[in-house]
Design a binder for this molecule. Structure first.
Ligand SMILES: [Zn+2]
Ligand SMILES: [Zn+2]
Length: 130
């Protein structure tokens, strides 16, 4: 592929805005994206920022959904365990004690998994290089 502006020069990439081939002399690198030098730098930067912001918003709603799923899942498991415990009331002491520990264990595991997930998601993105 040739540079759009120099038919004799080999293109190293495409402008993110207009998708024209760019040679090293015509390309400006803006935050991992290429732009036409002195033409589309500002626009490409805006596009990149928009995409990044969208990705962040999507990531946040995904985290929220995962958190809710864990909360509901833990709640359901706890309810089931308490039901079993109630059903077994009057039964063997060891069995009842073990089942009463179940909801706490499930909640603990869920909280740990959720926390780890949140910590991974919160890893700050690379700040945009101006
Ligand atoms: Zn060129
Ligand atoms: Zn361009």
């Amino acid at each position: 592929m040739r540079c759009f502006y120099h038919q004799d020069a080999e293109a190293i990439g495409l402008c993110k805005l207009c998708s024209r081939g760019l040679c090293p002399a015509c390309a400006t690198e803006t935050d991992d994206s290429l732009a036409c030098k002195n033409r589309h730098e500002a626009q490409v930067e805006q596009i990149t920022m928009l995409i990044k912001r969208n990705a962040e918003v999507n990531g946040r709603s995904g985290a929220f959904q995962a958190a809710m799923l864990l909360v509901y899942g833990a709640g359901a498991l706890a309810f089931t365990a308490f039901s079993i415990r109630a059903f077994m009331q009057g039964g063997e002491e060891i069995g009842t004690g073990f089942i009463s520990l179940l909801p706490a264990g499930v909640l603990g595991i869920c909280a740990a998994a959720n926390l780890k997930w949140l910590l991974v998601r919160r890893t700050p993105a690379k700040p945009p290089t101006a």
